[in-house]
Design a binder for this molecule. Structure first.
Ligand code: NAP
Length: 282
């Protein structure tokens, strides 16, 4: 019999804890923690993400500074804003909602976010620190997955973990976190020769592919822990993950649902990173 790892519930309890810590921080330091969120253009999905982040800030008592810039914003204007936010003592974390409009150079812009304010954990410095297993701000989605494993006391030490996907925001940092947690890690991607064989070896299988119901029951070892990072629409337009949940679940010891699994953890970890950035800054 499988057990669900309920990300919605875990995220809610973590937000209560973060809110308490944010309040204590304000009492001790005489100031509110601040997160700056920058959105360029009017991509509807990005607007939804930004609104959810601002709502989460309100929920945990973090002051949000939202900057909505027009789609035709020039590089120098964006960079001026980021430089200002980098200097601002009221701002502990800076987040630029991606993707930026095509005419902007994201890499150049993101470099202006100081490592200690990079609450998305996307910078080369933070990824490098993670690779060296030293103190960093860790990308929110994979960090949320680690919290989900910990919430069920799932052992990672000595376990065989397989991560399908190698993106900079999910697969790669996920693999680094699992290595740091003493798992033996295999990373698979679109050029992997025998994906099914690799997946069948996994005690912990993390799917971060972006293809609806791609991981099928014949790819999962009996008793495996299956973490589904994917957010897709199925043939009926219904939200689903990268894992064929209905057919895979009975083979698992633990599995995350979609929706209500990894998704709610991501913004919660953003709140956590902003709190952490503030504590480290003092
Ligand atoms: P991405 O940048 O498109 O990366 C997808 C990865 O999957 C790539 O490494 C790709 O391999 C690999 N892949 C694609 N087709 C494959 C195949 N047939 N066999 C094996 N590997 C294959 O996507 P992402 O940004 O990492 O996101 C992955 C999924 O997670 C998406 O559904 C996204 O919506 C979701 N997501 C969810 C959250 C959340 O909060 N829950 C956050 C971020 C992303 P190559 O490198 O070889 O191309």
């Amino acid at each position: 019999m499988y057990e669900l790892i309920d990300g919605k519930q875990l995220a809610a309890s973590m937000r209560v804890e973060i809110a308490e810590n944010v309040k204590k921080f304000a009492q001790k330091n005489g100031r509110q923690i601040g997160l700056a969120v920058v959105l360029v253009g009017d991509n509807p999905a990005s607007q939804v993400y930004v609104n959810n982040k601002i709502k989460a800030c309100e929920q945990v008592g973090i002051k949000s500074f939202a900057y909505y810039l027009p789609a035709d914003t020039q590089q120098d204007k964006l960079e001026d804003l980021l430089k200002e936010l980098a200097e601002s003592s009221a701002v502990d974390g800076i987040l630029v909602q991606l993707p930026l409009p095509g005419h902007l150079d994201s890499e150049r812009a993101l470099k202006l976010i100081p490592t200690e304010k990079d609450v998305d954990g996307f910078s080369a410095e933070n990824i490098g620190k993670l690779a060296m297993n030293s103190e960093s701000l860790v990308a929110c989605t994979p960090n949320g997955v680690m919290q989900m494993l910990a919430s069920k006391n799932i052992e990672t030490r000595g376990k065989k973990a397989v991560v399908v996907g190698r993106s900079n925001i999910v697969g790669r940092p996920m693999a680094l976190l699992l290595i740091n947690a003493d798992a033996t890690v295999t990373v698979c991607h679109s050029r992997t020769k025998d994906l099914k064989k690799e997946c069948l070896e996994a005690d912990i299988l993390v799917a971060a592919i972006g293809k609806a119901k791609f991981i099928t029951a014949d790819m999962v070892k009996k008793g495996a822990v299956v973490i589904d990072v994917g957010i897709n629409r199925d043939e009926n337009g219904k939200l689903c993950g990268d894992v064929d949940f209905e057919n895979v679940k009975d083979k698992c010891s633990y599995i995350t649902p979609v929706p209500g699994g990894v998704g709610p953890m991501t913004i919660t970890m953003l709140m956590y990173n902003t709190y952490l950035a503030a504590v480290r800054r003092g």
